[in-house]
Structures are given as structure tokens and as C-alpha cells.
Design a protein around this ligand. Sequence first.
Ligand code: NAP
Length: 241
Amino acid sequence: MRFKDKIALVTGGSRGIGKAIAQRLISEGAVVWIGDINEEMLQATSKEIGTKPVLMNVTDEAQVKEAVDKILSEDGKIDLLVNNAGITKDKLLMRMKKEDWDAVINVNLTGAFLVTKAVIPHMIRKRQGAIVNIASVIGEMGNAGQANYAASKGGLIAFTKAVAKEVAGRNVRVNAVAPGFILTPMTEALPEKVKEEYFKLIPMKRFAKPEEVASVVVFLLSEDASYITGEVIRVNGGLYT
Ligand code: NAP
């Protein structure tokens, strides 16, 4: 039980990778809050897997603060944070509207900034905490049609490294995981033909299960990773090394 007595917050935890992370943390003893924008799914997932739900649009600074205050007033602390909420709005640059750019940067990058900023003072005060940001292979290797997404995830990696340096002396670790293609509603939406093209590029010739990302995230959150900070761990089947 690596996370006995630990309080965790996973954003975008109602489904996909975030849900798998929440389940894994619960199985190892943590009390897990999921913060998500979709109230109905938030409630349904919490009922299903035993998380505590808190409504949180990560782009809304006031709502983020309210959600963090609720967790602190109920459970007294937040030891572990996973910035997982993320969206895509894929289009070639020539066709990408400013709204598509802004939406993706706002959720994937500014959202992580707002949640981290709300949580980190409490971790610093306790001289203890671990944060994992869910980046993407696309943030390192780029991809046609995903300039907004690549910029948000590349930015998230840089953000991870900067914040890690700021808080390392206070015993708060900040790392990133950069998944490749994972089987979630986000990738299920891809046409079969596109998936087949991706398989050709992935040395392991398959997409990953969300649990294969979750196991790395919980490792980084745990004391097993006590001397790792500012790091990016790739979970991509050899797609980009
Ligand atoms: P997903 O299945 O689409 O789940 C994302 C969750 O985030 C959803 O519950 C979504 O709610 C929520 N969300 C969206 N906008 C939000 C906001 N403003 N505030 C709070 N919650 C919000 O995605 P996933 O595939 O599990 O991806 C999780 C993370 O991994 C993302 O950051 C993604 O970029 C990253 N990632 C995924 C893959 C992949 O292949 N799947 C690969 C690399 C990285 P709604 O359903 O209401 O929108």
C-alpha cells in the first residue's frame, strides 16, 4: 500500500488515462479526488470506482480554487496531483482557427498551470508532494495537423522542468509522462485507416492500454521515485526515443 493516508487529485479523471490512474492509486491505498468538467460522468465514475468527485473546469481559475479549497477542507491536504485533463482539436495550420489554438492551449497548458498554482503552496507548506503532468509523444516529435496540441504538450514538458527546479528544495517533485498512442475515447475517434498507419510507425505494433501509462504515473508519484524530478518518461512502444 504505497499510498496509504495519501490524498490525490487527478484532473480529467472521469475516463481514459485519468480514470486508470485513479483506479491504480485507489488500489494502492490513496483517497482519490477526480476533478472533471462533465458532472454526469464525474458522478458515474466516482460511483463506479470509489473516487471523490469535484467539479472542475481546469481553465476556470475561480472554479479550480473552489475545488482545491473543497478538497483541503474535507481531507486537509493534497499529497499527489496528476494534471491529466487534455483535449485535441486537430487541423492543419492553414485551416486552424484561433479558437482551436486557444482551446487546446487553455486546457492542456494553462489548465495545468492553474491547478498546479492552486495546489503547490499547500505541498510546499507540508514540505511534501509529487506532481505528474501528462504530456504526449507529440509534444516531443510533432505531428502534422496537431500544431496546437504539440505546442501545448511541448510547453507542458518545459513547464514541468521549470517548476521542478523551483520546488525541489521543498521536497516537492514534478515530473511528466509522455504517452504514445493509448486506447481511450480520444484515440477511438481516429479512423481505422489512420490507426493502421500509426501501427506501421510503432515498433511494438500496437496502441497501449491506459493501465500501461497509469503504472508509470504511480511509480513517479511514489517514494520509489524519491530522487526523480524534472524528468519526462516516455511510454510509447518505441515510437519516439
Ligand atoms: P479523454 O478520454 O478524452 O479524457 C480526458 C478527460 O478530461 C475527459 O473526462 C474530459 O471531459 C476531461 N476534460 C476535458 N476538458 C477539461 C477541462 N477543461 N477541465 C477538466 N476536465 C476536462 O483523454 P485521454 O485519452 O484519457 O487523455 C488523457 C491525457 O493524456 C490528456 O492530457 C491527453 O492529451 C494525454 N494523452 C493521451 C493520449 C492518447 O493516446 N489517448 C496520448 C498521449 C497523451 P469531457 O469528456 O467532458 O471532455
